[in-house]
Write a protein that binds this ligand. Structure first.
Ligand SMILES: *[C@@H]1O[C@H](CO)[C@@H](O)[C@H](O)[C@H]1NC(C)=O
Ligand SMILES: *[C@@H]1O[C@H](CO)[C@@H](O)[C@H](O)[C@H]1NC(C)=O
Ligand SMILES: *[C@@H]1O[C@H](CO)[C@@H](O)[C@H](O)[C@H]1NC(C)=O
Ligand SMILES: *[C@@H]1O[C@H](CO)[C@@H](O)[C@H](O)[C@H]1NC(C)=O
Ligand SMILES: *[C@@H]1O[C@H](CO)[C@@H](O)[C@H](O)[C@H]1NC(C)=O
Ligand SMILES: *[C@@H]1O[C@H](CO)[C@@H](O)[C@H](O)[C@H]1NC(C)=O
Ligand SMILES: *[C@@H]1O[C@H](CO)[C@@H](O)[C@H](O)[C@H]1NC(C)=O
Ligand SMILES: *[C@@H]1O[C@H](CO)[C@@H](O)[C@H](O)[C@H]1NC(C)=O
Ligand SMILES: *[C@@H]1O[C@H](CO)[C@@H](O)[C@H](O)[C@H]1NC(C)=O
Length: 813
């Protein structure tokens, strides 16, 4: 059946002439589209023409004029006003509708007024008149339409033709014949509550529409009327009106089965599919099921029959009991719409389907059964994904966010909690763009440099940086433009930090450490054992620090705290200085820098924490003495090595006649290097000798608290300027002791900051520099522990077991 424009041009012109000049206008091109789908007028209004406007439809009644279309009128008269999935208003009308002009059950005309106004009151509305023409000559014996808001059955009332001019004869008898016939019709409803016989006019009051046309009788019923019944057919709920239409004349009783039954459910969903199932055989409509024969089953979308459903990934199946249509969610023909429900992003899919089933059976020659169904899935949550496409080598975050339907747009994007519009983002050198896929979905791509100030950076592991991009998307979703937020955190760890390499060097009196300053204090710190090597500690320890724009140069005097003496022998000290490169915060040691040098040193004393004393003593007497004859208090303790100018002793504080005494909280070990005067043989006291008096007092100060060991040495020629020599007097010796004690009291102030065996050393030749050269030496050999956390009663050993027993022993003294 198709529109029969040619033969109807005349009528169309008539309408035009009728309405032109009455404030009515021509329909703008593209505003209205219509078609005839089988026996249904199908009209669509383009929503673009209605933006910001209000509209109404009027049905033009050839006798009564325009009638406003409302819900009641619609279901009663065979009209439907709804929307297609794209939001365009759709109007459908049965050709058996109340106001359709019917020409011999073949040509049908319906005129609709479309009123458009900018006001909800429809003031100043523009009226467009739209006539529709459909031709439908090929009626089946029975036709059933299950529309959204009504069920309609029409059956052929076959009366054998009496002459060839049968049609003409009927036509000429109109309208009287029809009218008379109508008067005689009655309807009998059969429902669970019993039988109900009503006249046609009473049926209208009950919401039904009953009439006859030239060759047919039809009944239109609303769903769920009082006379209807609900039954389940093969698992599908059906609404059913069982009725018989009766036409009675004196000698004629015509009974027509006008039973109608339509499915009211049968739709199910999965995450990916929607399924619409209808029973293939509806028992109340098929009297003799054994004679039932399906002739044709077609499906359609909107007003179009789909000839090859598989081409569109639809599935139309049928078996003995059911007809089933399966549509993949998102399939073409339907529409996916983005939505937000309970703060969750998701989609809704809708599609307008119809099913047309033609069958034959013994009771009826042919039945054409049409179901029109608008299907909308429930809200389907769909977590949008953030995809990390970062290529670390490019030092650029590349993050995709999707997929989204075209009805989603990016409103803002917060990077590191700072919101930007997409436009502002470009300005800040982020890149934000969309990529489209062939299925019309899209993704939002964000590119941000690792070095961007809004990217969080954290130093991790040895030489790596963790870059973290915090992003918070704000989307506008769906036609409602609901705002939706989605935040994500993308990380990338790359090894882009170079650990500094230190260079060590030495001169005669110092060790030097040269270190690039890049990252110092930011990523890492220098530690002396467990002590942070800061400006204050460097100063206290007597280090000298120099900084240029790229490097730090640290000068560590040989006898400064922290220097480790690996090998001490006659005139030679092998010294090492260790400094640890540790991570800030975690204090994890990344690198040890160690400078080790050998020094030619002729004068020194080192009091080891384990009680070993090593001393290289210089001969300073005039005339010279034989250094091989020097000795400690215990004269069996001779120099280990010597030459004309030096003697090297090594002994333990428990041997060689070393005495110990307490002074304050120190133990002072004292010994003395002396020279045995050469007595002239055979002579008795008093004796005369050439040899000068040589006496060198050795003092090692150890902290009396078990935990700390401190040594000090005070050399002999206290009163002499460096380089000069003189005999030692008693007064000098007395003063010497006092001086030495002064040193101790100075030192003890610093003791609390010491940890581990400490050595107080004094460089013999430079007396004036006593104060400067007295140094606290600090050794790191024990467990890591804060020096301040030491509780006084607690005894800890951190050097060696030897030290422990030693300190215990001295304590017991
Ligand atoms: C259906 O039945 C109810 C209760 O009997 C009645 O109130 C209602 O008016 C009836 N509906 C129609 C359309 O007749
Ligand atoms: C039946 O149809 C005729 C002809 O179209 C019409 O005049 C009459 O009003 C209709 N009756 C009802 C009840 O709709
Ligand atoms: C026919 O199809 C329906 C729906 O898919 C199914 O539930 C039913 O079991 C099938 N019947 C037969 C006889 O295969
Ligand atoms: C659209 O295409 C993309 C890329 O091929 C795919 O990942 C996505 O799942 C598709 N979306 C839909 C709704 O088909
Ligand atoms: C993202 O932005 C929205 C709106 O400003 C805010 O409510 C939400 O808490 C943010 N999310 C995160 C994880 O920061
Ligand atoms: C992002 O991708 C980069 C490069 O493949 C990878 O190194 C990084 O671990 C990823 N980050 C996350 C959070 O997946
Ligand atoms: C980082 O350290 C690892 C070993 O921890 C090393 O293999 C790598 O070469 C270092 N990379 C750089 C850039 O220093
Ligand atoms: C800083 O001092 C280091 C070590 O002496 C040297 O190698 C470097 O060239 C100096 N840098 C500048 C900028 O002077
Ligand atoms: C140390 O002394 C030795 C022997 O006297 C000499 O060969 C060497 O050069 C000296 N080293 C330094 C750094 O003075």
């Amino acid at each position: 059946m198709e529109a029969v424009a040619h033969s109807l041009c005349r009528i169309w012109l008539l309408f035009l002439l009728f309405w032109l000049g009455q404030g009515r206008q021509m329909v703008p091109p593209g505003f209205v589209e219509s078609s005839c789908r089988s026996r249904i007028f199908w009209m669509k209004l383009n929503k673009l023409f209605l933006q910001g406007k209000f509209f109404q439809l009027e049905i033009y009644d050839p006798y009564a004029g325009p009638i406003l279309l409302d819900e009641k009128l619609a279901s009663h008269c065979g009209y439907v006003l709804s929307e297609d999935v794209w939001g365009n208003p759709v109007f459908r009308a049965s050709v058996l509708g109340c106001h359709v002009a019917n020409e011999a059950d073949e040509l049908f005309t319906l005129t609709v007024n479309i009123k458009v106004s900018s006001f909800s009151s429809m003031r100043a509305a523009v009226t467009y008149t739209y006539p529709m023409y459909c031709s439908y000559p090929s009626w089946a014996s029975r036709e059933i339409v299950c529309e959204e808001n009504y069920m309609e059955v029409s059956v052929k009332t076959d009366v054998p033709a009496v002459s060839n001019d049968y049609t003409v004869a009927w036509m000429s008898a109109l309208p009287e014949t029809q009218n008379v016939a109508y008067q005689q019709w009655q309807l009998m409803f059969v429902s669970p509550s019993g039988r109900k016989r009503v006249t046609v006019s009473d049926a209208v009051k009950l919401g039904y529409s009953f009439n006859n046309t030239l060759s047919r009788v039809y009944l239109r019923a609303p769903y769920h009327s009082n006379e209807s019944d609900t039954s389940v057919v093969n698992g599908v709920n059906m609404n059913m009106v069982t009725s018989t239409s009766m036409y009675r004349q004196r000698w004629l009783l015509l009974l027509i089965d006008t039973t109608v039954s339509c499915p009211v459910d049968g739709i199910s969903f999965t995450d990916t599919m929607l399924t619409w199932t209808t029973p293939r055989v509806i028992p109340t409509l098929v009297v003799q099921e054994s004679t039932f024969l399906s002739k044709n089953i077609v499906m359609g979308v909107d007003d179009q029959v789909i000839v090859n459903p598989e081409d569109k990934n639809y599935l139309l199946e049928h078996n003995e009991t059911h007809i089933r249509i399966t549509i993949p969610i998102g399939a073409e023909g339907g529409k996916l719409k983005s939505s937000i429900s309970g703060g969750v992003y998701g989609v809704i899919y809708s599609i307008d389907l119809f099913l047309e089933h033609t069958w034959t059976d013994a009771g009826w020659q042919t039945t054409k059964y049409t179901v029109i169904k608008s299907i909308t899935t429930p809200f389907m949550p769909q977590m949008p994904t953030v995809i990390n496409n970062t290529v670390p080598e490019e030092r650029l975050f590349n993050v995709a966010f999707g997929h989204f339907l075209p009805d989603v747009s990016l409103v803002a994007i917060a990077i590191g909690n700072v919101p930007f519009t997409p436009r502002e983002a470009q300005y800040h050198e982020f890149k934000v763009y969309e990529t489209l896929f062939s299925n019309r979905t899209k993704r939002f791509i964000l590119e941000v440099s690792f070095d961007d100030p809004y990217v969080l950076k954290e130093y991790v592991n040895r030489n790596e940086t963790k870059y973290t991009l915090l992003v918070n998307y704000t989307l506008s979703v769906g036609p409602e433009m609901t705002l939706y937020y989605h935040s994500a955190e993308v990380e990338c760890v790359i090894a882009d930090i170079e650990l500094p390499e230190a260079v060590g060097s030495c001169d005669e009196e110092n060790l030097y450490l040269t270190l690039p300053t890049f990252g110092l204090h930011q990523y890492w710190e220098l530690y002396l054992g467990n002590t942070l090597l800061n400006r204050h500690i460097a100063l206290t320890n007597g280090y000298l620090a120099a900084i240029n724009s790229t490097h730090l140069i640290l000068q560590i005097p040989l006898f400064a705290v922290g220097v480790i003496y690996e090998e001490v022998s006659f005139q030679k000290i092998k010294a090492r200085f260790d400094v640890a490169l540790r991570k800030v915060r975690t204090m994890e040691t990344l690198q040890m820098f160690s400078i080790s040098c050998s020094f030619n040193s002729s004068e020194f004393i080192i009091c080891h924490p384990d009680g070993t004393v090593m001393i290289s003593a210089q001969m300073k007497t005039v005339p010279g003495i034989d250094m091989s004859k020097t000795k400690l208090r215990d004269s069996s303790c001779k120099p280990r090595e010597y030459n004309e100018a030096h003697a090297f002793f090594k002994f333990h504080v428990t041997t060689c006649g070393t005495s110990a005494r307490f002074e304050g909280d120190h133990i002072i070990y004292e010994n003395e290097i002396s020279y045995e005067k050469e007595t002239l043989p055979g002579q008795s006291i008093p004796t005369i000798t050439r040899d000068p008096d040589y006496r060198l007092t050795i003092l090692c100060y150890y902290q009396a608290k078990e935990t700390l060991v401190l040594g000090a040495f005070v050399s002999d020629p206290v009163t002499s300027p460096p380089g000069t020599m003189g005999p030692i007097s008693n007064t000098a010796a007395h003063r010497r002791v006092r001086q030495a004690l002064n040193v101790v009291s100075r030192v003890s102030k610093g003791v609390c900051a010491l940890f581990g065996g400490s050595v107080l050393s004094y460089q013999h030749t430079t007396w004036q520099h006593l104060q400067r050269t007295v140094q606290l030496k600090h050794r790191e050999e024990g467990p890591s522990r804060s020096p301040f956390s030491q509780s006084p009663g607690l005894r800890t050993c951190w050097t060696s077991t030897d030290c422990c027993s030693r300190s215990k022993m001295t304590h017991g003294n």
